[in-house]
Design a protein around this ligand. Structure first.
Ligand code: HEC
Ligand code: HEC
Ligand code: HEC
Length: 96
């Protein structure tokens, strides 16, 4: 019994680090002068199932030229097209 538990726990640790190393953070916060934008990265990965919707390749990482225009073109544009997700300024930009 104990041996099985240890094996299961070890498997979780291995899977956990492998995913964390590749997948990026579960949630990201972009600090802008219009307030903080919280981005549920993991929820988008799970929903979209394709890193290349946003990234150059399936490894992810920094997005070249990440900026206001890039963010609005990517984030808001998709929410508008899908008619799902926040599109109003204050739905993304939350002032403290
Ligand atoms: C809906 C868009 C979107 C999807 C889909 C997405 N990401 Fe990201 N990801 C981002 C954004 C935005 C950033 C921040 C980019 C920046 O700061 O330049 C980011 C950053 C990252 C980072 C770097 C995190 C850091 O600490 O700098 C990694 C790693 C990453 N993503 C991996 C992935 C992988 C792997 C997938 C697919 C399983 C994926 N992402 C899917 C939007 C997305
Ligand atoms: C390719 C499409 C796509 C892109 C790109 C995208 N989103 Fe979304 N997002 C969605 C969809 C679809 C939903 C709604 C999910 C639902 O309600 O079932 C959503 C929901 C959200 C939500 C509401 C919380 C949640 O998880 O439901 C936030 C906040 C959000 N997105 C922020 C962002 C930000 C910030 C970016 C850019 C860094 C971004 N999204 C890029 C498709 C996208
Ligand atoms: C879907 C989410 C989303 C919506 C809706 C949205 N934004 Fe943004 N906005 C972002 C993200 C993410 C960034 C950060 C890009 C970065 O990190 O450079 C940003 C950046 C900005 C910046 C740059 C701030 C700085 O400090 O450089 C301004 C200004 C801005 N947005 C204004 C607006 C206004 C005005 C609206 C409504 C018309 C709006 N945004 C709607 C997500 C959104």
């Amino acid at each position: 019994m104990n041996k099985i538990l240890v094996a299961v726990a070890a498997a979780f640790v291995l899977v956990g680090t492998a995913v964390a190393a590749e997948a990026g953070p579960a949630t990201m916060t972009f600090d802008t002068k219009n307030g903080k934008v919280t981005f549920p990265h993991k929820a988008h990965q799970d929903r979209l199932k394709d890193c290349k919707v946003c990234h150059a390749d399936e490894k992810g990482g920094k997005i070249a030229g990440w900026s206001k225009d890039k963010a609005h073109g990517l984030c808001r544009k998709c929410h508008e097209t899908e008619k799902k997700g926040p599109v109003k300024c204050a739905e993304c930009h939350v002032k403290k």
